[in-house]
Each structure stands twice: as C-alpha cells, then as structure tokens.
Design a binder for this molecule. Structure first.
Ligand code: AR6
Length: 209
C-alpha cells in the first residue's frame, strides 16, 4: 500500500514509503508527473535539493535530505564540491536515500534578488531548473524529482515558481538535442499551497492531448 505507480508507462518503478503528505502520482503526459510527498522517500534516479551556496546542509528540504542520506557522507561529498553559485546545480550520490543521486541547486533569495533587479529572481530560478536538467542528463539520471526550489525559506511566490518550473521543464524536454535523455520529471510537492499552484499551472503548460 506504500507504493505509487507511474501511470501506464513506467520507465522505472517509482515508489514511496512516506506515511504522511502522500498522494498518488498524477501524470500530465508520458514524461511529466506530480505528486504530494516527502522527496526523501522517492525511489528515482535523482532528486533535486533546494540547497544554499555553501552546500553544507540547512533547514527545509535540504535538512530533510541530509538527515535521510545518513551520517556525514552527504555532507562530506558536498564539501568536496566547494559551494555552488545561485542558479547552478551540482551532483552527489544519494548514499542512504532511495534515490541514487542528489542534484543540489541553489535558488534565489527572492526579496534580496528582487531588490537588486526585479528580473533577477526569474532568471536565476529558470537557471536552477535548466542546470539541474542538464546535470541530470549528463550523468544518466533518467527519472528526476524536483522539490519546489526557493518557495520555502527563500520566499519565491508559489504560482510564479510553479510556472517557471513547468516552463523550463517543457523547454528542456522539447529541445531536439535533449531527445531521449530523460524519461520522467516529477514535481514533488510538499505543501498544499504548492499543490494548488501546480494544479492550476501544469495544465496550461502541458495541455491534455
Ligand atoms: N520533501 C519535499 N519537499 C519539501 C520537504 C520534503 N521533505 N521539506 C520541505 N519541502 P526550502 P528554499 C519543500 O525552504 O526556499 C534551507 O535551509 C518546502 O515546502 O527547503 O529554496 C537551505 O539550506 C518548499 O516547497 O528551500 C537553504 O538555506 C520547498 O521544499 C534554504 O533553506 C523548498 O523550501 C533554501 O530555501
């Protein structure tokens, strides 16, 4: 009873043992899905962590991922990467997580970047999704689950962030040079406010066929 299946076209089984916050996986098409769940429970090739520039762990989803990865192994692997710029992404093993890899991306601190230049938060958040997908494709991560980067502690408005996430994923998947590189992208939502945002936005970006 603790598994979610990946529609009718599972490239690899995606399961979760989360006891709370769970919803069945919902598929928009054969490559894009969403679910409400704890990302540390997902058995996928890669999960995307909403990290900070130091890559030394923190609160929110970052703290949950570090705890679930176990011990200090993930922290040690992150330290070897020597930080990450805002808008960039770097990869580590998943250690004790069900996911094989963790892609650490650093979202914009919304208010701070907005005050510098109102166009910066969007540019940087788009870059997070683009770089995470590029790193995934380079490293053979074929099933990839995203957390809602920047929408927690970093304060990005939820619907704007959902639009950017979906739009960047669509752009990546449609690019001829990326054909066949990624089997499935899953938006892993944790709070109801993000479920509401994605339920509204996703059908606009991925219309029913
Ligand atoms: N599974 C999936 N999503 C989660 C989980 C979970 N277990 N826990 C939280 N979320 P946040 P940010 C969602 O604050 O805004 C950290 O301290 C959460 O509901 O984790 O990018 C880092 O070290 C929200 O939708 O990340 C940085 O310093 C989303 O994850 C800073 O926070 C992102 O919220 C990054 O802030």
């Amino acid at each position: 009873a603790s598994s979610v299946r990946n529609g009718s076209h599972p490239p690899s089984p995606i399961t979760s043992s989360s006891a709370t916050h769970r919803s069945p996986i919902q598929s928009l098409n054969d490559k894009v899905s969403y679910l409400k769940d704890d990302i540390t429970k997902l058995k996928v090739d890669g999960i995307v962590n909403a990290a900070n520039r130091a890559l030394e762990g923190g609160g929110g989803v970052d703290g949950a991922i570090h705890r679930a990865a176990g011990g200090t192994q993930l922290l040690d692997a992150c330290r070897e990467l020597r930080g990450c710029d805002t808008g960039d992404a770097k990869i580590t093993p998943g250690f004790n997580l069900p996911a094989h890899r963790v892609i650490h991306t650093v979202g914009p601190v919304y208010g701070m970047e907005y005050r510098r230049d109102p166009s910066r938060p969007e540019q940087l958040l788009r870059s997070c999704y683009r770089r995470s997908l590029e790193v995934a494709a380079e490293r053979g991560v074929r099933t990839l689950a995203f957390s809602c980067v920047s929408t927690g502690i970093y304060g990005y408005p939820n619907e704007d962030a959902a639009f950017i996430a979906a739009d960047e994923v669509r752009t990546f998947l449609l690019a001829p040079e990326n054909a066949g590189k990624i089997d499935r992208v899953i938006f892993c939502l944790f709070q109801q406010v993000d479920v509401d945002a994605y339920v509204k936005i996703l059908p606009q970006i991925f219309p029913p066929t």
